[in-house]
Design a protein around this ligand. Structure first.
Ligand code: AMP
Length: 216
C-alpha cells in the first residue's frame, strides 16, 4: 500500500471520500482542516492563532509557514506504520515540496487522487452542505436536506462558516490560483489518477477503490 494525497476543488467530496477510505483501509486520516478545527475547539495556542488568521481571511488559506510548521510537527507524532491519507494538504506548491521531503526521508511512496467536478456541482454542493458539529460527518445529498441531526452520533447539523455564497466564490478562486498548479506538479512525477467526482458518493468510492487496487 502507498500513502494517498486526495486533491479536488472545495465541494468535490474529497473529505467524505478520504474519511471512507481511511476507515475501510485502516489508514491514518490526515485532514488539515479537521486537525486545525480540533486545535481551535481545544483552545490550544495553535488553535487561537488559526482562529485569528481565519477572522482576517475568511475562506482564505492560512500562510504556508504556519501550516507547514503545523504539519511537520503532527507528522512527527503520528503512527507512521500506518499508511496516511492526506486531505486538504498540500494546497500550494510550497506545501507540496515540504511533503516531498517527508516522503523521501521516510522512504514512502504515494499516489494522488484528483477528484474532477463541474463548477455548477461544486456551487450547489457547497451551498447546501451541512456538517455534524460533533463528529464532522458531511451531509450534502438532496435526500439529506431535511435532516437536523447526525445519523452517526445525533450531533447537531450546522452550516460551515465558510459556506456562504461570497466565501464559496472566493474559495474556488483561491483553489484555481493556488492549488490547481499542483496537478501539473504531480503529473510530472507520474502520480496523478483522475477520478470523476460528479457521480454519487458510492460510485466515486467504487472508482477510487478500483484505481487503488490497480496502483498497488
Ligand atoms: P478545510 O476543512 O480543508 O476546507 O480547511 C478549513 C480551513 O483551514 C481552510 O479554509 C484554510 O483556512 C485552512 N487550511 C486547511 N488546510 C490548509 C492548507 N493546506 N493550507 C492553507 N490553509 C489550510
Amino acid at each position: 500500500m502507498k500513502d494517498i494525497i486526495i486533491l479536488g476543488p472545495p465541494g468535490s467530496g474529497k473529505g467524505t471520500q478520504a474519511k471512507k477510505l481511511a476507515q475501510k483501509l485502516s489508514m491514518f486520516y490526515f485532514g488539515t482542516g479537521d486537525l486545525l478545527r480540533d486545535e481551535k475547539q481545544n483552545n490550544t495556542p495553535i488553535g487561537k492563532e488559526f482562529q485569528e488568521i481565519l477572522e482576517k481571511r475568511e475562506g482564505g488559506l492560512v500562510p504556508d509557514e504556519f501550516i507547514n510548521k503545523f504539519v511537520k510537527e503532527k507528522l512527527q507524532i503520528i503512527d507512521l506504520h500506518k499508511n496516511i491519507i492526506f486531505d486538504g494538504f498540500p494546497r500550494t506548491l510550497s506545501q507540496a515540496e515540504m511533503l516531498e521531503i517527508f516522503f523521501k526521508k521516510q522512504k514512502r511512496d504515494y499516489i494522488v487522487l484528483n477528484l474532477e467536478v463541474n463548477e455548477e456541482n461544486i456551487i450547489l454542493r457547497l451551498a447546501t452542505r451541512r456538517i455534524c458539529s460533533n463528529c464532522g460527518k458531511i451531509y450534502y445529498r438532496p435526500d439529506e436536506l431535511g435532516k437536523i441531526s447526525c445519523d452517526v452520533c445525533q450531533g447537531k447539523l450546522v452550516h460551515r462558516q465558510e459556506d456562504t455564497p461570497e466565501v464559496i466564490k472566493k474559495r474556488i478562486k483561491i483553489y484555481n490560483q493556488q492549488t490547481l498548479p499542483l496537478i501539473d506538479f504531480y503529473k510530472e512525477k507520474n502520480k496523478i489518477i483522475n477520478i470523476n467526482g460528479n457521480l454519487s458518493i458510492e460510485e466515486v468510492d467504487k472508482e477510487i477503490r478500483e484505481e487503488i487496487d490497480e496502483s498497488n
